[in-house]
Design a binder for this molecule. Sequence first.
Ligand code: ATP
Ligand code: MG
Length: 598
Amino acid sequence: AETTEKPVFNNLNPEQFSAVQNNEGPSLIIAGPGTGKTKTLTSKIAWLVGNHKAEPEEILAITFTNKAAGELRERLEVLLKNKTKASQVTVATFHAFGLSVLKEYHTEFSRSEDFILADEGLKLEIIKSFSELKSGEAKKLSAEISEIKNGTKPETSSFTKYEKELQKLDAFDLDDLIAKPLLLFNKNEKAKAVYQKRFRYIFVDEYQDTNDAQYRLLRQLAPDPSSNLCVVGDANQSIYGFRGANAGYIQRFTDDYPGAKVFRLKQSYRCSQTILSASSDVLSQSSGFLQGLTEGVQVSVSEQPTGAAEAEFIARQIVELVGGVSFFSIDSSVTRGEKNEGISSLSDLAVLCRTRNQFEAIAKALNDHHIPYQDVGTVPFFREEPFQSFVDLLSVFLSGNFEKAAPVFNLKKRAFSKLQFEMAKEETKKLDAVSFLNYLKDSFFAGQKFDNQNWERFTGMAGNMQNWGEFLNYVKLGSGADIHRKNLEAVSLMTLHASKGLEFECVFIPGCEKGLLPYNLYKTEVDEEEEKRLLYVGMTRAKKLLYLTHARSRTLRGRKFNLPKSPFLGSIQQELIQQIKNKPHKKPEEKDNQLSLF
Ligand code: ATP
Ligand code: MG
């Protein structure tokens, strides 16, 4: 039931509570992993709304992924005990926020209200349609166009042509979601004033990963030195430098906002002291500014002969931890492993890899042991083929803009006329979302193999959306992290990048080798410090148990590598580490009801 009760904040420590009460003027919360930064940010919003200090519509909260935005809104709902109010707070990623600005001001850019979003695939098609460039060259031009939009390169004639084509298609590309609102606020004082007035309180989580364009957008929204802007971050967790993120903005915050209050949190509620110390060693920093809840057990390190053996080791550890049980059994009376540190569910476990190429070996071992897992890559399944092409077709179909869009989408003439013909049919219009998607699939993708489970998730997602536009935008702006399901009875398999902000009882990090961590197998330039921070982020996802493994040889993308142990492991104090050797094992029992969830 909806209430007007004040929310209670009795589960915050004094430092957190002090930050929660301080919302007037600029502020910066800098603190290490698991200290409750995200929790504090959420509580601040609940405090403002619950104590009637701000209307929910006056609050903008920027998160790093759509999933984080969803979780923040859910937490707000619980704190405020009011679903309506929680939903009135604007919680979005920078991109989703930019999209909402363009929805409101589309006429400024000669687009219709129903403009489409051009993702990387469509962007390349557009480039090819006017330049006759081949794939590789088109990709280069695409990257250049991004740089121009981000303000780091001057405009070229190709750029102008591209912009014209984009407008003809009634489309914006993904860079436009930040670049065009910036442009709008630069040239249209009135529009800028609307937004500055609308959002009296602005919050940004994961501020260390803000890039230049996003920073400039934020400055437009909160230009005043006394703005109620609160940013939350940890410079040690900055892992998107390769995408132009700049942790320097944390340092710069107190220059831009000289009166800013700075809050530091010391107590980590996530990691054991051992895990905090070991991960600080990787950064060659003291962990003195961070305090764990418990001492914790040693970090396990294991050397394996091959990548396959490493994967097998991980699968066996998982069986040992969670118990050699049938994972498909709904019977809760099954016996769990003994030395499992209270780990009772597969959702407590994650395997975090530096690259997606490592997933294959891990997935095989998990399958061999009948361990369900969810594959959370950096790219979600719906942005890979054949889903990608399907989404392209769906955009054309829904845009109603066939004549203009069809050639760019490379739709064959015959299929295209069939589409228009079918469109006219009365029964097509009456189909609900799920049957409509099935109908499109049967009509145009008859020969293509869609993974059944993924197809079900895809249609399920569509069924849950308010309208088609929302669905398409979700799919185009989605990241791998968005498809992660927290309470699924499955091990999470994801990249280190995708693990940001998450936590698990037990974390495995395979591939702790020079070449993977730091990663330089296919390139010569590597930012060693950023690679250390990436390992730091991965290690600090673990609450109780942490396994770091490395293999003497492994095959990646069909090539064999012999890589030495990662130099980062060498900086961890020996007494924090327990070396684990392989034990002889029984072969896993054969089962035929093998299930891979993804
Ligand atoms: P990261 O740097 O990884 O983003 P964070 O600083 O945002 O971490 P949170 O995710 O907000 O940390 O919190 C980490 C964990 O600690 C969560 O499970 C959260 O519920 C818990 N936590 C935070 N503050 C408290 C508290 N005062 N009492 C109990 N648990 C807390
Ligand atoms: Mg956080």
